[in-house]
Write a protein that binds this ligand. Sequence first.
Ligand code: F0G
Length: 436
Amino acid sequence: MCSYLVCFRDNCREKYPIDSVLYQCPRCGGLLEASYRWDAAGVSGWKTLWRNRRLDNSALEQSGVWRYRESIPFLQDISRVVTLREGNTPLLPAPLAAQYAGLDALTFKHQGFNPTGSFKDNGMTCGVSQAVQLGRTLVGCVSTGNTSASMAAYASAAGLKPVIFLPHGNISFGKLSQALEYGALTLQVHANFDQILAFVRQIADRAGLYLLNSINPFRIEGQKTIAIEMLDQLDWRAPDWVVMPGGNLGNCAAIGKGFLEMHELGLIDRLPRIAVIQSAGAAPFYEFMKAPGEDKFRAVESPETLATAIRIGNPVSWPKAWSVLRRTNGTVERASEQEIADAKAVIGRAGIGCEPASAATLAGIRKLVASHIIRREDHVVGVLTGNVLKDPDYIYRYHTGQLKTPGGKPITSTYGNKPVEVTADADAVVGMLTKL
Ligand code: F0G
C-alpha cells in the first residue's frame, strides 16, 4: 500500500510524501488530499471484514472510524491511534420529519452521538493520530465551536497541548465550555472565523502549531468514514440523496470523497446525489453554484446567522465541494433563520434533536422537495452534524418566543413549547394533567 498527499488541482496534481506538514500545495497553492494506490485484490473482502469487526471489543475495532482503516491507510504506525470510540452513529428513521419535508420516509445519520457531540470527532481521531505520528506536541485550530471542542478532547487524551482560536462572542456557550473543560488554551479573537483562519495560517509554522482545521487532509480522511459507515449500515445500498449543512465545506468534501472512492473501488454500484444546505446569511457557495467557474467564487464579507457553526463567508474547501457536486450531480440550497428554527423544533419533536446548523439539513430537504428536485419517494439520508445540547440558549429562546435574527427581527415560535409555572397544589396539577 502506498499513500501520499496530492494537489487537488487538476492542472497540478503534484505529489508529496504522506508525512509532509503541508496545508496547501507549495507549487500552486491548491488544496491537498490524501491519495492511495489501493491493493485491489483485498477490496472484495472489506465488507465482510468491516462487519465482523463489530464483534471485537478492542479499541481499534470499537471505533467507527478505524474499523474502516483499509479505506484510510495513511497512518504509518496504527498503534499510534488516538480514539475515543468515535463514529458508531445511528441511522434514525424520522417519520415526523419526513412528513414535514413532504417525503414518504426520511432517515437521519446523527453525528451528534459522537464523544464530543459532533461529526468533528470522526476527523479529529485521524488528525490527532497523525500529529502524534509526526511527533508534534502543540496542535491548533480556528473554530466556530465544534472543531475546537473535538480537538481539545482528542489532543488532551493524547497528551498534546491544544490551542484554539475562537470568534469572540460568536460561539455557543456549550461549545466554549467543552474547550475549557478539556483543557485547551482558549483564545477569543475579536474577528470573524474567516479572518482568524487567515491569521492562524500565517502564524502556524512560526508558532510551532500543527493545524487541525479541515484544510488538514487527515481530518477529511476521518470524516470520509461517515459515508462508509452509512453504507455499511444500509447494507451497501446507496441512497438517492445525502443532504448536509455546509459551512467551511470540509464535510461535503469528505463525505463526497467517501462515496466516490467506494464507487471507484466497486463497493457500491451507484452514487448518491449530494445536497449542501447553507444558512441564507452565510451562503457564498449557494451564490457560486448559480453560475460556477474556476475564478468565480466570491466570499461573503460579513456572514451572519444564528446557526453559528456555519457562520462562514469564505469556505476554504469550496473547490473540493464543487467537485463533489459535479461528480454526484448534486445541488445546493439555502435556508432562512425561520426555516432553520422551525426545522430544528420538528427534529426535536421527533425525539431526536440537533443543534441549529444541523437543522439546515431538514429545512433544505423541505425546500428541495417543494421544488421537485428531491422526489417524494426518494431514499433520503439527512446528516445531523451536532448534538441538541450544543446550543441550549437558542432552544430556550425559540420556545419562549425570544429568538431574534441577527438583524433583530423576531422569529416566530411556530412549534414553541413554553415551560409552565405551577404551585405545588395537588388539585390544580392533577386537574391540569387529566385534561391532557
Ligand atoms: N454543522 C456543524 C454542527 C458544524 O459545527 C459545522 C462546522 C458544519 C455543520 C459545517 O461543516 O464546515 O465542514 O462545511 N463547524 C466548524 C467548526 C467550522 O469550527 O466547528 P463544514
